[in-house]
Design a protein around this ligand. Structure first.
Ligand SMILES: Nc1nc2c(ncn2[C@@H]2O[C@H](COP(=O)(O)OP(=O)(O)OP(=O)(O)O)[C@@H](O)[C@H]2O)c(=O)[nH]1
Ligand SMILES: [Mg+2]
Length: 268
């Protein structure tokens, strides 16, 4: 890519003055905007490590387009979030959409091992250049999950991604945080949770726009679905492992996206 003269002149001068080994910010901005995967990854790494320069670059990415759909997929460990994300990504790809996946590692001993598993399960997209998969470690980052994740989303938005799927483990305080970065929040549960459903009613389910009962092939799925329907209006059953119910999840997400877009137009 060639740099057009006169764009971001101050930053170009700064970059030149800094010399070797320092990020050429204007070049990085252009590369990110053109969808260059290496530049996207590098900038997200800078965000992740709290690099101050990343902030300046983000500011210079230009105004937010508002075109990117951000969808949070949250739920207890092992309910099938990654499997669902993988299937959803495939469904969006089938529509020709460019998909980003952010797997949030909250760096707890509980979830620390999950990332490798996520990578492996999402391998069906590893050769697809239009699907960008990235795990984000947020420990030690100022602002925690919200800030690092929203910055990474901003990078993907500038790079022209139509949909960004954000997987988080919905235990503890992060439950609420996902709503600050994702427009649509999908809570994933699995049958047979028993008492845990009670706990979730106070947390996870409160922040969700849509509840997915995954592993609907398991015993007790009907009971879980019925129980949840008393609490939330939108319950969708899936067998993510077999790709069942994915279309319904996508439709429910689209309906919510339409709602929020209509609401934001009404507010203008
Ligand atoms: N029976 C059944 N198993 C499923 C289904 N979806 C996923 N699984 C399995 O459940 C296990 C966990 O799936 P993941 O997609 O890794 O779940 P996760 O919620 O991302 O897990 P963490 O990231 O570790 O919290 C895997 O062995 C999947 O193959 C389903 O619909 N039915
Ligand atoms: Mg996972």
């Amino acid at each position: 890519m060639t740099l057009s003269k006169g764009s971001y002149p101050e930053m170009m001068v700064q970059a030149l003055q800094k010399g070797n080994g320092v990020v050429d910010t204007s070049m990085m901005i252009n590369q990110v905007k053109s969808g260059d995967i290496r530049a996207i990854s590098r900038l997200i790494s800078m965000v992740e490590s709290g690099d101050l320069e990343a902030g300046a670059i983000l500011e210079n990415l230009g105004p937010s387009t508002g075109q990117t759909e951000t969808i949070g997929i949250t739920g207890y460990p092992g309910v099938g979030k990654s499997t669902l994300v993988d299937r959803l990504a495939a469904a969006y790809r089938a529509e020709g959409k460019k998909v980003g996946i952010l797997a949030i590692d909250t760096s707890s001993p509980l979830t620390g091992g999950a990332i490798l598993g996520d990578r492996i399960r999402m391998q069906s997209h590893s050769l697809d250049e239009e699907v960008y998969i990235r795990s984000l470690a947020t420990r030690g980052h100022r602002g925690g999950l919200s800030q690092a994740t929203s910055s990474a989303i901003r990078v993907l938005e500038a790079a022209g991604y139509d949909v960004v799927l954000i997987e988080t483990v919905g235990v503890g305080q992060e439950e609420g945080e996902i709503t600050t970065v994702a427009q649509t929040v999908v809570a994933v549960v699995a049958p047979g949770l028993g008492d845990e459903v009670q706990a979730m009613k106070a947390g996870l389910l409160e922040v969700a726009h849509l509840v997915v009962v995954n592993k609907a092939d398991r015993e007790g799925a009907d009971t879980t679905i019925r129980d949840l329907q008393n609490w939330v209006s939108q319950v969708v059953a899936t067998v993510a492992l077999r790709g069942e119910g994915i279309g319904s999840v996508k439709e429910a997400i689209a309906a919510h996206q339409q709602q929020i877009r209509a609401a934001s137009h009404a507010n203008v």
